[in-house]
Design a protein around this ligand. Sequence first.
Ligand code: MSP
Length: 498
Amino acid sequence: MGKFYVTTPIYYVNDAPHIGHAYTTILADVLSRYHRAAGDEVFFLTGLDEHGQKVKQAAEKRGLSPQAHADDLAPRFLDLWKKLDIRYDDFIRTTEGRHKKAVQAVLQKVYEAGDIYAGEYGGWYSVAEERFITDAEYESGQFRDVKKLKEKNYFFKMSKYHGRLVEYIKANPALIQPESRRNEIMGFLNQPLGDLCISRPKSRMDWGIEIPFDKDYVTYVWFDALINYISVPGYASDDTKFKKWWPADVHLIGKDILTTHCVYWTTMLFSLGLSFPKTIFAHGWWLMGETKMSKSLGNVVNPLDLIKTHGIDAVRYYLMREMVLGQDANFTPESFIKRFNSDLANDFGNLLNRVSGLIARDHGGKVPGPGPLTPAEEELKRCAQALNSTVISLVGRMKVHEAIEAVIELVRQVNKYLEAQAPWKLAKTDMPAANRVLYTAGECLRIASIMLEPVMPHKAKMVLDILGAVNTEPVWGQLKPGTTLKSHPPLFPRIEVE
Ligand code: MSP
């Protein structure tokens, strides 16, 4: 038992939330729930990135002030998190006073340490990415909305920490995951590392946190946003809280914001003398066909539409099971239906139907007593007992899709066992055997449901309620013989396609 501090990126309020935002937030929620269930004390932080040029531009387009624009969009994120049953512990908006204070404290400290200097800077700036890009990056043609800028600005001495960062990453392979992303960063760090421009003159861009030592400047949005990971747990405001939670256990990010987290953020932490997060984990993208889902491409799936038609739990399940953590995944309506019908309707839903249907018909609606087990049941018991530690270990290694698969694999095994044992026949010829089989199937279903609860909180709870087993533990034997099962509609009715 320990503590688990997990973060999501804070999302730009330039548009309504989409599946990319929903995915990372659900992932953080699922990890949090598994850790809580395992007895860890959890701090799950998410929020909104409200400063910078992108947000300012989005506000201008709507004829609103940036703050009014952010105030209008924030509830859309909060509403979606509520609908998706996201249990975050804190939600930060970077325009809040508590965050601004911490950013200014960081700037002052880094400045006094001699790691910030004023300089003249000219170069290519990508408005879409909100950062200066190198000539090589410019020439790659991969950056949108690029312009040439030259101005006085403040710089963070990122280059000073180049060597230390490389050494740290080499010595701590768990820091950047998966391995392919660590290699990507090591490749990036093979090149000379420049300093980071961390200010914007108000005359050009005033939507940001004022630099404490020069009121003509605001803070560069990334230098502001990254600090949320320490401002919320109490940096420069609540030492006890900060000591308790920092360093974070996992920063969850998408692969497109790898450099900002693995290079900018880490060097900022060096300068502040703070320890590093244990892991920065970059997941892949949800693609539509071969292309990334993105607002500018107009191919974004709205998570709310999916929830309306298929329910929260099915959407959470699909997103968590379908994406191999770290790789890209294809979102298609076909794959959604396939996954739904096979895992949820055929395997999980069907097991419940069989158990509750047969117990109602042949056993007076009450959970039968198991009696002595035979090797077939002992084998299932062994698998069900092992499930909890298997799942905890897989989740700890960020293999959420494999953890889910391990649970569904047990469910499939139990369905096969039922077919082989045919308790509907045994009920006519050998009642003690029928009792034993249905108890075993019901007990496995109970344990599987507990193990799926972090992913599908509602449906899993529903099954446990039907079994009279809410708040039980994933250890063998807690399904109580004699319990009257509740009647229920099908858990996941098959999606029929013409
Ligand atoms: N505001 C910054 C993060 C600052 S964190 C200190 C930002 N915001 S964002 O709203 O543009 O993106 C947030 C996250 O959404 C990124 O991790 C990005 O990878 C993720 N996604 C955006 N589109 C996505 C998909 N199509 N699929 C999966 N995730 C993607 O960047």
